[in-house]
Structures are given as structure tokens and as C-alpha cells.
Design a protein around this ligand. Sequence first.
Ligand SMILES: [Zn+2]
Length: 296
Amino acid sequence: MRKPSALMVCCALTLTLVGCTTSEQADSERVKQPQVTETERPAETPAEAPTDKEDKAVEEAPAPEAEPPAEEKPDVEEEPTAEAPAEEEPTQTPNEPLEQNGTANLNLDTLILVNKQIALPAGYQPPDLVTANIDFVDTATGERRMLRQEAARAIEKLMAGAKAANIDLKGTSAFRSYDYQVQLFNNYVARDGKEQAMKYSAPPGHSEHQTGLAIDVSSASVGYQLTQSLEQTKEGKWLADNAHIYGFIVRYQRAYEAETGYMFEPWHLRYIGVEHATAVHKANVPLERYLEQLMD
Ligand SMILES: [Zn+2]
């Protein structure tokens, strides 16, 4: 009889405790901002009479365009010098007069001032017109799709920014030659009389569109018309809130009507560069007044 001598019992009891980490997905309530939180600007404060004029002039006078804006050289670099800031602006010295011999001072370059009183030199044609690569309404053809190079690039960025925010805009009219403005203005005068026409159009030589730095834009929501009701649309509000980021100002504001002589034009954008546009937007003053303070 043999009995199994060795009885080996192996008991392995492993208790594995599996820790359950309940990774609670804290649903961090993300406050989604619907790209535009439009705080409608109330009527601008008209009372910036005595104080701010001097303050502004002092601060802003010395360095008009000293630092390179964030959006420098995205594609084409054309600066010959290595350390030149993105937009060299050699001509923008303070104390430069806004007009010379009664005509606009071309040396001011993208800050040029053209208005009811100050005209462009006879036959002025911008030096560097290019076609802006953006969506235009069909009626805008040929040179009416053109802007000065810097402004053209800027409006392309603005339109890209708009698209990204689901804002639908198209250009309706950019550059206008002197001759074109002659026709346009004469048509308006024939239709509405000169006094009326002067409120929404410019006599030849006095249109910002002739500088190659202005563009009218509109949206499908108002049938791409140039109408003040653009202001009420999300596109118009987006423009009012964001144009300066791309270097444009809404040039003719409701609050400046008396000062500029123009009716409110929520569609008319004027390029003056990011730095200045941002300053104008913040100060909420007409370009005329901003430039006077800057040049003081
Ligand atoms: Zn316009």
C-alpha cells in the first residue's frame, strides 16, 4: 500500500482589489461665446473737449508705427533690411501737416486724410493697386476690386476672420478712379440734387475710395445693399467690433455725422493699419480728430 507521501497543496489566493477611480467627467460648463457679444456702443460721449486732446497728443505723438504689428510678414516679405519692422513708415513724422497746399498730404501714406475739405491731388492714382482676393458682389468688377497692397492683404485677413466666425460678407466696391467718381457723383446729383448727394457721396477727388484704402462691404442679410440697416445685422455688428483688429475703421459713424459731413455708413471701411485703427476704435473719435491729435 502506498500512500502518496507528499501532498502538495498550493493555494494561491490572490485578491486583487481593483480600484475604481471614478473619473468623473466634471462637465466643466463651458460658457460658449457666440463669437459676437455685441455690446452695442451707445451714442459716443461727445464730451472729450478739453482734457483728452493734450493727453493723447503727448502719448501718441512720438512713435506712430514703431513696433511691428503681430501680423507681420505672413507670406511675402519685401523688406530689404533684416531688422526693419514689418511696416516701415519712414514718412510718418509727427507734425506732418494733414494737407499741403490745400490737397491731401501723400506722405502720410496709409494715414492720408481725404474728406469734404481736403482733396487728393488732381489725377492721383495709388501706386500699388492690386486685386483683393476676397468675395465680391458680381457688379464689382475690374479696378473696383482693387486696393493698395497693404489694404488688400488686410481685407483678405478680415474676410478670413469673418468666415471663421460664420459672418458672411462680400466686398461691393473698393478702388474708384477719379473718372469713375465723376460719373457716380454726377448721377447722384442728377437723382437727388447736390445737397443730398453730398451727404452720402463725395465729389471727385474727395472720395476715400480713390486712395485705394477704402472698401464698402455688405452681407446677404441685407441683400448686399449699402444700407444703414446693416448695423442691426450680426455681420454689421461683427464689423463694428472687429474691423480694427485687421487695421480698418468704420470711417463714418453716426456720432460723427456733423463732423465728417457724412451720414452713418456701417459698410464703409478705411484702412489705416492695425495700431492706428485700434487706437481710433478705442478713442471712438473721427479720423480727422485722431490725426490732429497725433500730429500735434
Ligand atoms: Zn464707401
